[in-house]
Ligand binder design. Sequence first.
Ligand code: SF4
Ligand code: SF4
Ligand code: FES
Length: 311
Amino acid sequence: MSDQVTGRTLPLVEVTVDGETVRVPEGATLLDACRAKGIDTPTLCYLETLTPVNACRVCVVELEGSRTLVPSCSRAAQPGAVVRTDTPRVRHSRKLVLELLASSVDLSLASQDVRRWMDGYEVNAEKFGPLAAAVSDRDSRNPGHHHAPDGTTAETVTQPVKIHDEMYIRDYSKCILCYKCVEACGEDAQNTFAIAVAGRGFDARISTEFDRRLDDSACVYCGNCIGVCPTGALMFKSEHDRRESGEWDESKQSVTRTVCPYCGVGCNLDLHVQNNEIVKVMSPMDHSVTHGHLCIKGRFGWQFVQNRKET
Ligand code: SF4
Ligand code: SF4
Ligand code: FES
């Protein structure tokens, strides 16, 4: 493998993963080493196109010489590192992270990978008791004012869906606080910084500045946050409406890759089409120009090709 900037061939680093030697290019992470060996390592906050944020800790591994478990997604593979990925301590830690999330967040639309990991780690979403009812005041809670629950139910982040326009909705009942949307809106892609994490502890939540409505915030509606959200918390309104009415059916959808017609950048678009209507627009992560990101025009400006009224 070569350095993308200099073109220099990178020297290889040798590490041991679960007793076997793995060679990865200098600068690779322990996660890269695990994946090079074909080990299915869970990740939630990690994405190839974003800076590791180390928020979820579901990717932890044992690293010889380290007192604590280390997040494999961001720990560089040092020469001679000895890593274990399937010890009781690692399994216990990953399972607990997934159980804390599953007990408080609606993971019903999380990716197939997340569901596979939950099955694999025998996650019990009811471990902390029956789920508490929805609340509507999360956005106004002050740091340090968290009151202890009565213990009869497990507190959740369940709350009403935020619908402020026809472009996309925010359903933070499904938010695992992975920070991917914050990074995509910030330095890793859009540099708009419309959203960030407000609050502390269990009250931490993704928010616009001062919880302003989306259409009254700094958001420029690029939809890059939707593109990286792993749980369906951020969703095209066109998808949300069809899910609500029971019309969303991925088995009847086709995906067509094309080039955005709006400007000379030439972003690739993946048009998701159902019943001859575009229902959402994504962009391939492996595109060397955009890495899955778009602007408002490519993401949402496609109505002109459909829904034409008969004249
Ligand atoms: S649509 Fe773009 S600007 Fe708006 S919150 Fe999402 S990433 Fe930020
Ligand atoms: S809204 Fe989605 S991308 Fe953003 S923190 Fe929540 S789960 Fe992650
Ligand atoms: S995937 Fe490594 S800390 Fe979240």
